[in-house]
Design a protein around this ligand. Sequence first.
Ligand code: SF4
Ligand code: SF4
Ligand code: SF4
Length: 413
Amino acid sequence: MVESKEQNEHLRDIANLCYRCKKCSVICPVAPSGRFNPRKFIQEINLETPGRLKKGRKFCDTEEDIWVCLTCGQCRVCPQGLEIPEMVREIRKEVREQVPNDPRFTATETHMNIFPIAFELMRKNPKPAQKQTILNQYASIQKWPALEMAQTGSIAYYPGCFNLYEHALVNLHVQQTLTAYAIIRFLNLTGITPVVANDYCCGHDALWAGDEETFLSFGKRNIEIWKAAGVKTILVSCAEGFRTLSVDYPKYFPEFSFQVEFAADYFDRNQIFKKIRGFEVKCRSIVTVHDPCRSGRLVDGGHYESVRNLLQNLIFLEIVEMPHNRDEARCCGVASFRNCTDYARDMTRKRIKEAMKVGAKYIVTTCPKCVSHFQCVTLNEAAALKAKFGKDPPKVMDLFSFIYSAYNANDLL
Ligand code: SF4
Ligand code: SF4
Ligand code: SF4
């Protein structure tokens, strides 16, 4: 664990690179709220902290509210290459250690704090979900073919927390179980039987909330499980899981030796749909892609094109782009189920309006949380959006749920 003093010095060295051009503040979606401004935050580290440290104070005294930052990475336009989300995360960790009951942190709770409570229970009482059983129960309820899944093998599919989201957000139709089913079913149809292990949450939310202990405990257990199953390659469809396994696990766990691939990239690279006999799926609809930060700006080489390439397998489907796409995609408004304020929901609304203005009937994305935040607005404010635009708001779906729904119905309007 990095000692606070060393951490402070390390952060101050980075902050010293800032020449106050304000590019980060201009693009930051939360800066206009007056609660967090990235340039001021950097300045606070750079200029004020030495004085604070002399007085024995630490970064947990930051005047900028670090819990409001979305860690969305739009500030990666910084010409000096400052990685502000990473710096925010480091300071959050210190705050959690120094001020466990920081009121600014507890004020960010959403959904009656159900997700952190669930993660805490998982950490203390590690009874992993029987994922293969859950997925085939789902198949049976839908009257769909049972899935073929292996206990051991070289290629695994990591479905993440699909069962938690499905139950906790049932009224928002996140359909994360459908996503997991779709990916495994499509793989089965090309003769691939992936390992689906009883692994745990990747620890993304804990890590970004400064709770490294929980993150490390999940990561350690997951690595042991994948090693025992003989896994070499892990496919991840959830943007947050992909970022966590491909960037954070290698950084925190020297023993992490797996190849991690974004599921959309794998399907595109291996032309999976072209290998499925009779895959001639019509979809006479209009779709736009919301690029999540975790599979875009916050990983190397933004994984944008594979998502669009896969959609192009659907006959008649029109793909329209929002003005802010790929690296410039706007944030969905809420991060890690924290800080769902009026201001945040307004950001979500703006993104939905952007999709409506380009005529999209569907917003397709690869992050279950983006799906939930958008659905929360499109479902709860459908009448207001219809009154403003004269049409229903778009439906919001995960990429693979969308493609499987079209495949299953051989159309989707
Ligand atoms: S964009 Fe970078 S250099 Fe410019 S003010 Fe922000 S942190 Fe400083
Ligand atoms: S990560 Fe997003 S919210 Fe945080 S400072 Fe950067 S642009 Fe602003
Ligand atoms: S916008 Fe997101 S965080 Fe807020 S209530 Fe809806 S689903 Fe929960």
